[in-house]
Ligand binder design. Structure first.
Ligand code: SAM
Ligand code: DTB
Ligand code: SF4
Length: 317
């Protein structure tokens, strides 16, 4: 049963369940809804990088911090399509284009993005975009161009949000998510672990996501990539078992959503990733780069799947 009324207390109770019982429960839910040996893959491309006016404390692309990320304007169509084709050849079913914008503005840049969406869609891939805040009309234009999913993260609990971002509100994030829904685009929405937040904030994020109706079709759980120059560069690493528990709770409370093991995999052992898959994670980012930071890459991920007797999902939606 899919529920939208999970309370923080219930999530805390799940989270504190003895590990074997929690894993058993998560596995049961996972197997009722998905093929447990299958993992979906998306490839990311930053189509507009750096110089973002927002002050997200984790982000290498914020103009507020000196991180050495090289800035560029919207990439030319031939460059993007070549990357998308190569991702498709390597077996990725979804292509996600990211822009370091606070919000989408109508005009030349957005027109170029729409053209990129049409181009990638024509290759037969699921197209995802993450471009910052959107109006209802902009969401409808993206949908028309063939955009299948929109990534817009809530990042953490409403209570902790102000510690991480001061240039926009939680309510503004929710507003964009409503606009995306209205346009009939599927929602990819999750957050980041390891920003100094407490367990209650991590679970508060999951509660918030689970209250959305319908649930986000895709829930990315990122483990902070600590980038030099950002205010969070010296945060302590996340305890792997805590992380796995969180994945299990996400799986249980959002039984039909893809739970995406997102940023931070280069700092995870194969064993930790295996536990995440057992806990119900069933999607990853493919390729050797996320937006601006490294990712394990094709060879490593294939070897991991082989060791685990698991495989990648072949079809796009
Ligand atoms: N500017 C748009 C926005 O913020 O929605 C789209 C791109 S933004 C880079 C996409 C997401 O990447 C953020 O919402 C955040 O959750 C995640 N992210 C950014 N930097 C990260 C980091 N260093 N570690 C983990 N996740 C990160
Ligand atoms: C998401 O939740 N994680 C991805 C995707 N959505 C766009 C981005 C991770 C970015 C990590 C930092 C970087 O590479 O710049
Ligand atoms: Fe980074 Fe997006 Fe925040 Fe801009 S809005 S600083 S790109 S996470």
């Amino acid at each position: 049963m899919v529920r939208h009324d999970w309370t923080l207390e219930q999530l805390l109770e799940l989270y504190e369940t003895p590990f074997p019982d929690l894993m058993y429960q998560a596995q049961t839910v996972h197997r009722d809804n998905f093929t447990p040996t299958e993992v979906q893959r998306s490839t990311l491309l930053s189509v507009k990088t750096g110089g973002c006016p927002e002050d997200c404390a984790y982000c290498p692309q914020s103009a507020h911090y000196d991180t050495g990320v090289e800035r560029h304007k919207v990439l030319p169509k031939e460059v993007v399509l070549a990357q998308a084709k190569s991702a498709q050849r390597e077996g990725s079913t979804r292509f996600c284009m990211g822009a370091a914008w606070r919000e989408v503005r109508d005009g030349k840049d957005f027109d170029e993005i729409l053209e990129l969406v049409r181009g990638v869609r024509n290759l037969g891939m699921e197209v995802c975009c993450t471009l910052g805040m959107l109006t209802e009309d902009q969401a409808a234009r993206l949908k028309d161009a063939g955009c299948y999913a929109y990534n817009h993260n809530l990042d953490t609990s409403p209570e902790y949000y102000g510690e991480i971002i001061t240039t926009r509100t939680y309510e503004e994030r929710l507003e964009t998510l409503r606009n995306v829904r209205k346009a009939g685009i599927t929602v990819c929405c999750g957050g980041i672990v390891g920003m100094g937040e407490g367990t209650k904030d991590r679970l508060g994020l999951l509660a918030e996501l689970s209250h959305q109706d319908p649930h986000p079709e895709s829930v990315p759980i990122n483990m902070l990539v600590r980038v030099e120059g950002t205010p969070l560069e010296t945060e302590s690493p996340v305890d792997p078992i805590d992380f796995v528990r969180l994945i299990a709770v996400a799986r249980i409370v959002m039984p039909k959503s893809y739970v995406r093991l997102s940023a931070g995999r280069t700092d995870m052992s194969d064993e930790m990733q295996a536990l995440c898959f057992l806990a119900g994670a069933n999607s990853i980012f493919a390729g050797d780069k996320l937006l601006t930071t490294p990712n394990p890459g094709e060879t490593h991920d294939r070897a991991l799947m082989k060791k685990l007797g698991m495989h990648f999902r072949e079809e796009a939606h």
